[in-house]
Write a protein that binds this ligand. Structure first.
Ligand code: ZN
Length: 397
C-alpha cells in the first residue's frame, strides 16, 4: 500500500531523489510492521544493502524520525532501530458484541497501554463512542501524552462494515450502530482520523502480523463466539467484497427450517451456533447470559455446555467446508470468545469440515486456535491505525 502511495508522490520516478525516498519509505514501513529491528535485520527484510540502510538510519535519526540503541545479539554488538516515540501514538479499539478493548501504541505498533471493559447487551454508538473517547483521554494522560499526540485510530465492529463510508454495511446485526458514519463520529470526538473495519478482518490482520498465520498468504480467520464471522486473507490482502460484506460466515444458511436470525433470514449459522443459540440451551434462571458463562460451565464438566460447544463446532465446520471449497485457504485460524474451548470446539469442526470439503491432493487445511488470547482484533486495529499514518515523517529531512 505504501509503495503505491510513494509512487503517486514521486513526480519523477526513477530519479535519485525518488529512489532515495522509496528506500526510506520501505525502511519505515518495515519498522512499522515489526516494531524494532537491528540494522542487519532491516537490510535482510528490505532487500537494501547494509550501507544504504546505515545511511538512511543515520539521516532519519538526525531528523528525529528514528531512534537507535546498541544492543547485543548472540554476543555480537548490533544497532537496534525503532521509530521515535515523539513521532506520536496510535490507538486500536475493538468493540465486540459484549466487550470493548482499547490499546494505545507507538507508531511502530508496539502496545504501551491496554484496557478492556464488558459491554451491555444492546450497546449503541453514541454512548460507546463517548466511552472510547473518555478511556482514550485517560490512557493518554497516564502516558503523559497530549490528545494531539494521537495520530490515527483503528476501530473494529462486530458487523460487516463499508470501509469507504465507515458505516455498518448490513441491517439487523448491530442495531444501535446503523445509519451513522461511525468513523466520522469518533473522528470528530477525538480530532484524529479513524478507520473502521469488521472485527474479523482486523483479527485476520492481527493473526497475519503476530499470530498463528504469520507468513501465510491465504487463510481464513473465523471468529466463533457471541457472533460468528470470518476475515478472509487472500494472497496477502484482506478481501472485503464490493461493499464490505465479504466474510459474513455467520449468515450462511445452514438450516432452512431453523430459527429466524437477527438478519431476518432463517437458519443462519449464527442463529444455529452463535452466542444466542448456545445460551438458549440453558433455562433462563441458570445464570447463563454470555458465551463466557457457557465456557465456565464446560470447564467444570457440565455436559450440556460441552455438548453445546461441540455442536457449535460441528455447525461451523459444515459452513467452513463451503468456504474452503470456494477459496481454498491453506489455514483456518479460530478466534472469538469460544476459541478458549480449544479442542472441544475445534475437533468436531475439523471433522465436519473434512467430511464436507472437496477432497484434494493435499490434506484439508489445518484448523488452529488463535494464539493471541482474544487480542487478535485489537492488534489488527492497531496495525490498521499504523498503516493509515501519512508518510510525512519519511521526508522529514
Ligand atoms: Zn443471519
Amino acid at each position: 500500500m505504501y509503495s503505491a502511495r510513494v509512487a503517486v508522490r514521486n513526480p519523477t520516478p526513477g530519479s535519485q531523489t525518488s529512489l532515495r525516498e522509496a528506500n526510506r519509505a520501505r525502511l519505515i514501513e518495515t519498522l512499522k510492521a515489526h516494531g524494532h529491528l537491528t540494522q542487519v535485520e532491516l537490510a535482510g527484510m528490505t532487500g537494501l544493502s547494509p550501507a544504504t540502510v546505515s545511511n538512511i538510519v543515520r539521516e532519519l535519526t538526525a531528523a528525529g524520525v528514528l531512534q537507535t540503541r546498541y544492543t547485543s545479539r548472540s554476543g555480537r554488538r548490533a544497532t537496534e532501530v525503532r521509530l521515535a516515540r515523539q513521532a506520536g501514538l496510535v490507538a486500536g479499539v475493538h468493540i465486540s458484541a459484549r466487550s470493548m478493548r482499547i490499546a494505545v501504541a507507538d507508531v511502530g505498533g508496539t502496545v504501551v497501554s491496554e484496557h478492556s471493559v464488558p459491554l451491555g447487551h444492546d450497546h449503541r454508538y453514541d454512548a460507546e463512542l463517548d466511552r472510547v473517547a473518555l478511556m482514550l483521554a485517560d490512557m493518554l494522560d497516564s502516558l503523559d501524552a497530549q490528545p494531539s499526540d494521537l495520530l490515527s485510530v483503528g476501530l473494529g465492529l462486530p458487523s460487516a462494515v463499508d470501509v469507504a463510508t465507515g458505516r455498518v454495511a448490513t441491517p439487523g446485526v448491530l442495531p444501535g450502530w446503523e445509519g451513522v458514519s461511525v468513523a466520522d463520529r469518533l473522528s470528530r470526538r477525538l480530532g484524529t482520523p479513524v478507520r473502521v473495519d469488521a472485527e474479523a478482518n482486523l483479527g485476520a490482520i492481527g493473526e497475519a502480523r503476530l499470530g498463528a498465520s504469520r507468513g501465510v498468504a491465504t487463510f481464513a480467520y473465523v471468529r466463533v463466539g457471541e457472533t460468528i464471522s470470518a476475515g478472509l486473507m487472500l494472497e496477502g490482502a484482506v478481501f472485503r467484497g464490493s461493499g464490505g460484506k465479504a466474510g459474513q460466515l455467520g449468515h450462511v444458511t445452514l438450516d432452512e427450517k431453523g430459527p429466524i436470525c437477527v438478519c431476518g433470514s432463517r437458519g443462519c449459522l449464527d442463529a444455529v451456533a452463535g452466542g444466542r443459540a448456545l445460551i438458549a440451551n440453558f433455562p433462563e434462571d441458570a445464570g447463563v447470559h454470555r458465551v463466557r458463562d457457557v465456557l465456565l460451565r464446560a470447564g467444570r464438566g457440565d455436559t450440556t455446555a460441552r455438548r453445546a460447544i461441540a455442536d457449535a463446532g460441528r455447525a461451523v465446520g459444515i459452513a467452513l467446508a463451503g468456504l474452503v471449497n470456494l477459496l481454498d485457504p491453506s489455514l483456518v485460524v479460530v478466534g472469538g470468545e469460544l476459541a478458549a474451548a480449544d479442542e472441544l470446539l475445534v475437533a468436531p469442526m475439523r471433522h465436519a469440515m473434512a467430511r464436507a470439503a472437496l477432497p484434494g491432493v493435499e490434506a484439508a487445511p489445518d484448523i488452529v486456535v488463535s494464539r493471541l488470547g482474544g487480542r487478535a482484533e485489537l492488534l489488527g486495529a492497531v496495525a490498521s491505525a499504523v498503516s493509515a499514518l501519512p508518510l510525512q515523517s519519511a521526508s522529514a529531512s
